[in-house]
Design a protein around this ligand. Sequence first.
Ligand SMILES: Cc1cc2nc3c(=O)[nH]c(=O)nc-3n(C[C@H](O)[C@H](O)[C@H](O)COP(=O)(O)O)c2cc1C
Length: 221
Amino acid sequence: MSIRKENAMARAFATIAFTPAVRSQQSRMGSADGYTRFLSGDETSLDELGPQEVDFITARDGFYQATVSQTGWPYVQFRGGPIGFLKVLSSRTLGYADFRGNRQYISTGNLSGNDRLSMILVDYPNRRRLKLWGRTRLVEGADNPEILDQLHDPSYRARPERAVLITVEAFDWNCPSHIPRRLTIDETHQEIAALHRENEALRAENIAMRASTVSGTPPKS
Ligand SMILES: Cc1cc2nc3c(=O)[nH]c(=O)nc-3n(C[C@H](O)[C@H](O)[C@H](O)COP(=O)(O)O)c2cc1C
């Protein structure tokens, strides 16, 4: 990734996140000068997702999304699904099928009044996380069933109600600090299977070595 591109992305995120109040805190704490370069850069490719982001997003099975309520309260909810359920529809657009849940419709209600959305995606085993900011469009499945066909895997047991389409305005990679390493049950099974295979190979090697010690002939490699 070129420095020019890195600066451009940094500017998009800083333009949104570094409000005057945030800059004032940075000044108070002595970090404002270090972040000034984030606010100057090339604006031409502010918000395009690259291959690194696309690979990361499509490997996730969940994310946390924040919306803003009518009364100004932040609201965070988890969205989960099969790996890749958050789809990259273009270098600036994400989409996912919103499943029926407890029918409180807090995120949906919030987004109907304020289309701003922020999300954080975490890869716990590899300690990577990506923050995204975007504007959202909700498309009800009843109005446009084709869009849910595009976004929803029918083999996954859930009832999709609407499509959430997100125009990405900015993103930023976080540092790996303080991300606890944890595996999903599927990832744990994969780790155990790999250890099992290694154990089998060592066991076979051990049997062959024992046989060669007894017979005096070297084991076949
Ligand atoms: C039967 C059922 C019950 C649920 N109950 C809760 C609940 O009590 N609290 C909660 O936060 N999520 C619950 N969920 C998950 C939410 O409904 C789901 O995450 C949904 O997307 C919430 O969206 P919202 O928070 O934007 O309203 C439930 C899901 C199902 C399918």
